[in-house]
Design a protein around this ligand. Structure first.
Ligand SMILES: *Cc1c(COP(=O)(O)O)cnc(C)c1O
Length: 226
């Protein structure tokens, strides 16, 4: 691994450009979401100074402690919530995030709709799909996804932009990415959030429009945050 966070960011950017070219996709069609969970300002600042603007966090409270100050200095930051959302945090999530990638049940859809109305703020939304149908993992089951996307729209007035998945850690991710792409096509959605440090190049080849990359940029995390 390259030595500094900026060297690693550049290496990831270069690998994405290569993967886009190999898949005959337009340069820049696959966006990098830098996952900064567990890392503080001293690690994040050089990445911001190197021009990265899209970041992902998995916890509302942690993001709330870190990002408002950074946003004052870099107003064009785009912050993604990529971790599970509790309905009692929906208000804070709507206030803080530009994209919420983890809409995965009726109760969350209803809570987000209510808060978006109240705050007159409309973060972009993704539905998380549990492509591996793992009992411990968040996300809607694949065979319920299309109906859930329709209910978000028709019952809650939520515009869902795309789908997100986290494949099982011990499986080849390719089939999971392909399944997510197929479900998005069938639901009429254009955005796919898939791919992490170990497999973002494969995700690009299977149509990812954003990849969530943490440790390949920031280094191994001290805690084993999921
Ligand atoms: C932590 C996390 C990532 C990034 O994982 P890395 O393997 O460090 O790239 C991506 N997506 C989600 C949902 C995460 O929680």
């Amino acid at each position: 691994m390259p030595d500094t966070v900026v060297d690693r960011l550049e290496a990831v950017r270069a690998a994405i450009v290569r993967a886009e070219a190999e898949a005959e996709r337009a340069a820049g069609s696959a966006a990098l979401v830098a996952v900064s969970k567990t890392y503080g300002e001293e690690a994040i600042l050089p990445v911001l100074e190197a021009g990265q603007r899209i970041f992902g966090e998995n916890k509302v409270q942690e993001a709330k402690a870190k990002w408002p100050a950074l946003r004052e200095r870099f107003p064009d930051i785009e912050l993604h919530l990529i971790g599970p959302l509790q309905s009692n945090k929906a208000g804070e999530a709507v206030a803080l995030f530009d994209v919420i990638e983890t809409v995965d049940r009726e109760k969350i859809a209803a809570a987000l709709a209510k808060e978006m109305e109240k705050q007159n703020r409309r973060p972009r939304l993704f539905v998380q799909v549990n492509t591996g149908e793992e009992p411990q993992k968040a996300g809607i089951a694949p065979n319920e996804t299309i109906a859930f996307v329709a209910r978000c729209r028709d019952m809650h007035g939520l515009a869902i932009e795309g789908l997100m998945c986290i494949p099982p850690a011990d499986e080849n991710p390719g089939p999971h990415f392909a399944l997510l792409a197929r479900l998005a096509r069938e639901a009429g959605l254009s955005k796919l959030s898939m791919g992490m440090s170990g497999d973002y190049d494969i995700a690009v080849s299977l149509g990812a429009t954003s990849m969530r990359v943490g440790s390949a940029i920031f280094g191994a995390r001290a805690s084993s945050a999921p």
